[in-house]
Design a protein around this ligand. Structure first.
Ligand code: TA6
Length: 304
């Protein structure tokens, strides 16, 4: 669908405007009294958002991000689906599944009485997806831009056999300085350390990132908070349907290896991913739905 048609079908009195982004990628710009956001149908990928109460971007998007069909975008919120991480069957299929490199359809946009804006994207199976993953599905992402930024990802099994699913909202949060950042909400639980062959370790206190970090925590419920001393804000992450949380920072070496990250980008980003990953595998029976939700809000004082 071209930009003109997208605008004529989905703009809501100026709340949603489609424009051409890098390499001609359509981008929906959403402006409400509460927050602004930019999202592209390519991967239903949220590229950025900012609360009206905050002068800083909530999300990190690499200046070296590549906007090319077939390549995932580095930063924002990539959707990892229907598997998280490497191909679980080791068939050489792409890391993190197929959803982040497909063009989704824009299905609708709406306004709530509280001036929140919702935009809905849909991805269904095609012969191309079937060749990679032989299942019939309907995947829906609803982004709500309001007092809380909400991402709601629903999988519907439209086939005749059960499907097994791992997934993540692989969110790259912007931080002022990774070494002046901590994360609370995951204390006293064991995690799988992917930088150490998946070995189980225990999180004693709040998390501080001082080296390459790639962990899957079984989720015990409650909010996770990123405390940012430099940007003077706390980011609160709530979730539904998630039994695992992934914490990732590439640190120096991996950052240097990734062409779409600048040398010092590891200092400015922290991925806290609302997920079903590792042992948290969802089995979805024919005709059933499963919904994963991440909710982001912000406090601008250090004492919260
Ligand atoms: O979520 C953490 C992770 O799975 C890491 O292992 C790391 O490689 C990262 O995702 C980024 O993956 P990508 O395929 O986007 O380079």
């Amino acid at each position: 669908m071209d930009i003109e048609t997208l605008n004529s079908r989905f703009s809501h009195a100026g709340y949603v405007t489609f424009k051409e982004g890098p390499n001609g990628f359509p981008i929906a710009l959403i402006t409400t009294p509460h927050a602004t956001a930019a999202i592209t149908p390519y991967g239903a990928h949220l590229l950025g958002c900012r609360f009206a109460s905050d002068s800083q971007e909530l999300l990190f998007l690499s200046e070296n991000a590549i906007f090319n069909e077939g390549t995932p975008i580095r930063g924002g919120v990539p959707i990892c689906w229907p598997w998280f991480g490497p191909d679980p069957q080791q068939l050489g299929r792409p890391d993190h599944g197929l959803a982040r490199t497909r063009i989704w359809s824009v299905a609708s946009s709406a306004l709530t009485p509280d001036n929140e804006c919702l935009i809905t994207f849909v991805l269904t199976d095609t012969p191309e997806t079937f060749a990679l993953w032989p299942h019939r599905f309907c995947l829906t992402l609803i982004l709500t831009v309001g007092r809380v930024i909400t991402l709601k990802l629903t999988t519907e099994n439209r086939g005749n056999t059960p499907i097994q699913l791992t997934q993540a909202l692989h969110t790259y949060f912007a931080v002022g300085d990774i070494e002046r950042t901590s994360v609370t909400g995951l204390e006293c639980i064991p995690y799988a350390d992917k930088t150490d062959g998946g070995r189980e370790k225990k999180q004693e206190n709040s998390i501080r990132i001082e080296a390459e970090t790639d962990r899957i925590y079984p989720f015990k419920g409650g909010d996770i908070v990123i405390h940012d001393e430099i940007l003077d804000r706390n980011i609160r992450i709530a979730s539904k349907g998630s039994q695992s949380v992934v914490v990732w920072n590439p640190w120096i070496r991996v950052c240097e290896q990734k062409a779409d990250l600048a040398e010092e980008d590891y200092k400015k980003m922290l991925c806290i991913e609302t997920a079903n990953a590792g042992d948290d595998v969802i089995t979805l029976q024919p005709g059933k739905n499963y919904t994963l939700v991440a909710l982001y809000s912000i406090d601008n004082t250090k004492d919260n």
